[in-house]
Design a protein around this ligand. Structure first.
Ligand code: GUN
Ligand code: FE
Length: 467
């Protein structure tokens, strides 16, 4: 049993962040939050509850506890390509960088090295839940599930399906093999974690252009039979949208292609969704499918600026996705920054309105971006009852954030190591608790994330973590 004391912050609703300066969160042996107190004395908390007198106390100094981040869309095998995209756009980027890299995951040795590294990397940035695309290789996909389970990171792990319009050297041989191999990965994930409390399978048609209609239909049927999650890409790039129109001439829209295959369910995560029509957004909402907003990737591949405010106003559930390696950072904190930035580009899109308060509506606030990074993401991956905030009954998925200052004597050692020293966030003593969070969002990074827990289990720590 552990009581976490000190400041904590979490997002209660889209634009409502709660910050408690002297709080306590008590977590039982199962990792479940048993009580949450505000403005308390630690000793008092220990005494107040029977059976908690000998609980371990973990205190945060010069910082705060924050819910673990949820990455609703990323590609683990593309990790080695991070930062490599040049001036490509989606379709030539796939051919030039992505397919060659992914095909090399026929090597289990390579898969082991890259996946171990990537899971460590995302954990170090405070990502406690991640929706992963693997590759089309069954064994390597299962290995990713093993690694997530062993490291204790909650994960949706998907074997990528692609039976057409992909290179000869990297595609599923047939509809039957695509469905069979997907089923094998679902069975495997469920065999290593029957309750799905850490690892769950996710059916992953890459995107409509790389799947034949029978393949999509087969996967839709598999989703129904297995009640598994589904993830895919939709309406990311205008050339891709045109290609889908050509490949599926009888479908009303890109989104309808998925719907006709019964792939739009409340357990479906659609990445990007930049160029959706009003009718498509209506369909997404009707089906209860969720959207992963990937702003860093959308700018890197010049795919477009997703108008997130419109989606939010329509009541669609949205989370953030790093989309490595379309996106160039494994950090959801950085993604939150990009989401805020993109919302400003949307606001500036109409120069006349940009200067007025009219277009302020498009802008995301820090609190809203952090909501998408935590509670929004939790709803996208079906964990809204378990994680995303600090409430009694939820499981303790959290990160300890420490702020501070660079030593002024030129001794930079303390920046990364010594107790009490900060990461990149400089504090000058005047900041309110709200301002500390703002500063963290805009200038913080993984050096500020000194410890990470999933279900109360410590899954990552740095030398600056002192319990
Ligand atoms: N569309 C199909 N495959 C991919 C991929 O790997 N990354 C992105 N960003 N979009 C895709
Ligand atoms: Fe992607």
């Amino acid at each position: 049993k552990t009581i976490y004391t000190g400041a904590f912050a979490h997002c209660v609703a889209l634009a409502d962040m709660e910050i408690v300066e002297q709080g306590a969160i008590a977590v039982d042996e199962q990792g479940v939050i048993r009580f949450v107190e505000q403005e308390v004395d630690v000793e008092d908390v220990r005494k107040r509850y029977e059976g908690w007198g000998d609980a371990k106390v973990v205190s945060v100094k010069d910082g705060f506890f924050f819910p673990g981040f949820i990455d609703t869309h990323t590609h683990a095998p593309q990790h080695p390509n991070t930062g490599l995209f040049g001036k490509t756009t989606l379709l030539d980027w796939l051919d030039k960088y992505t397919f060659p890299m992914e095909s090399s995951f026929s090597s289990l040795d390579k898969a082991s090295r890259i996946y171990t590294n990537f899971v460590s990397r995302t954990l170090s940035h405070g990502t406690t839940t991640c929706a992963y695309y693997a590759t089309r290789h069954v064994e390597a996909t299962n290995l990713l599930a093993d690694i997530c389970l062993a490291r204790g990171q909650r994960a949706l792990v998907g074997r990528v399906c692609m039976d057409t319009l992909s290179p000869e050297y990297y595609r599923d041989e047939s509809v039957e093999s695509a469905v069979r191999d997907s089923k094998a990965c679902i069975d495997y994930a469920r065999s290593i974690d029957a309750e799905g409390s850490i690892v769950r399978p996710i059916i992953t048609p890459r995107f409509a252009p790389s799947c034949t209609a029978p393949c999509l239909t087969g996967l839709g049927k598999l989703a129904q039979e297995t009640d598994a999650f589904v993830q895919t890409h939709v309406s990311e790039n205008t050339s891709e949208v045109a290609l889908v129109k050509k490949l599926f001439p009888n479908s009303e829209s890109y989104t309808h292609v998925y719907d006709e295959a019964s792939l739009l369910t409340p357990k479906t995560i659609l990445a990007h969704a930049i160029h959706l029509s009003v009718e498509e957004r209506k369909l997404v909402k009707e089906r209860g499918s969720k959207i992963s907003h990937c702003p860093a990737s959308n700018t890197a591949l010049t795919s477009g600026c997703c108008r997130v405010r419109e989606l939010l106003n329509e009541g669609i559930t949205i989370g953030l996705g790093t989309d490595v390696s379309g996106g160039f950072s494994p950090s959801i904190l950085e993604e939150a920054r990009h989401a805020i930035w993109t919302s400003r580009f949307v606001a500036m899109g109409n120069p006349a309105a940009a200067a007025s308060s009219l277009n302020n509506a498009a802008k995301l606030s820090t609190a809203e971006a952090l909501y998408l990074a935590t509670r929004g993401g939790a709803a996208v991956v079906g964990l809204e009852d378990r994680v995303g905030g600090f409430e009694v009954g939820k499981e303790f998925d959290a990160q300890m954030i420490r702020l501070g200052s660079v030593p002024e004597e030129g001794d930079n050692e303390g920046v990364f190591g010594e107790d009490g020293a900060g990461g990149p966030v400089d504090l000058f003593g005047f900041e309110s608790a709200e301002e500390k969070v703002e500063k963290w969002v805009y200038s913080g990074d993984d050096r500020n994330c000194v410890a990470v827990w999933v279900r109360g289990r410590l899954v990552h720590k740095t030398p600056r973590y002192t319990a």
